[in-house]
Ligand binder design. Sequence first.
Ligand code: SF4
Length: 287
Amino acid sequence: MTMDPTRFNREAKPTWCPGCGNFGIQNALKKALNALELEPHQVLLSTGIGCSGKISHWINAYGFHGLHGRSLPVAIGMKLASHALTVIAEGGDGDGYSEGMGHFIHACRRNVDITYLVHNNGVFGLTTGQVSPTGDQGFVSSTTPHGALERPFHPLALAIGAGTTYVARGFSGDSERLAGLIADAVRHPGFAVVDILQVCVSFNPDKSYKWYQERVFDLDAEGHDPADRAAALAATEPREDGRLPTGLFYRAEAPTLEAGLPQLAGAPLVDHDIAAVDVAPLMEGLI
Ligand code: SF4
């Protein structure tokens, strides 16, 4: 069966700044969903606040644009309610690694079968460029006029350390390869994190497409084994030469949270027939 590759397009056009890396990520996501032969009604995007979070407005699928840092708990709830859906949580580094950090760590250890795409540009773009948790030490912004004092943290190391079963990094300037990573992450049965190096042309212009293109490389080229957890952790360490590895860092097999829930064994919760369920005894127990 031939599927219409434009089925994830919407008439509304993104309002991102011209040249923003979010365009490349949106393009990659649509390519990945097409490659996975999914239909729009089978896909649900849960997004947080930030420029990145608006992506759920501009992809033809189910979408929920929630509170700052809260895309993950919403996505997990949606997956548990309707586990036949392909659920993708999405947001920025400010959203997910600042406000949403607690949710991120617990999502890593829960291993619900959802995919988390983080548009990582080192700044809070929507609020005009304040430094984010992945921003460079010394980064000058409206909240750090003398330069950021804190060191950036490394999301991939944290994700592996917290128990994530699929950890990868892509680049917004290579949407073909990023699409492959996203599709692979969606296929992975468990929590999959794809941290995406995203260009913010307006508030982090020093890290331009050229800047990234001179530094990114594929971990595969070094013969990296994603089954080797120690090697994956070592690969997340910053390189002395400044090069930035991309690709699949780590993959492991582990039971998903939902596999342990007997209520989901027969059919998704939303398909259960609840007409004959008598909740009176439960209510009496609560009164
Ligand atoms: Fe993109 Fe940055 Fe503009 Fe936001 S502020 S739309 S991240 S370029």
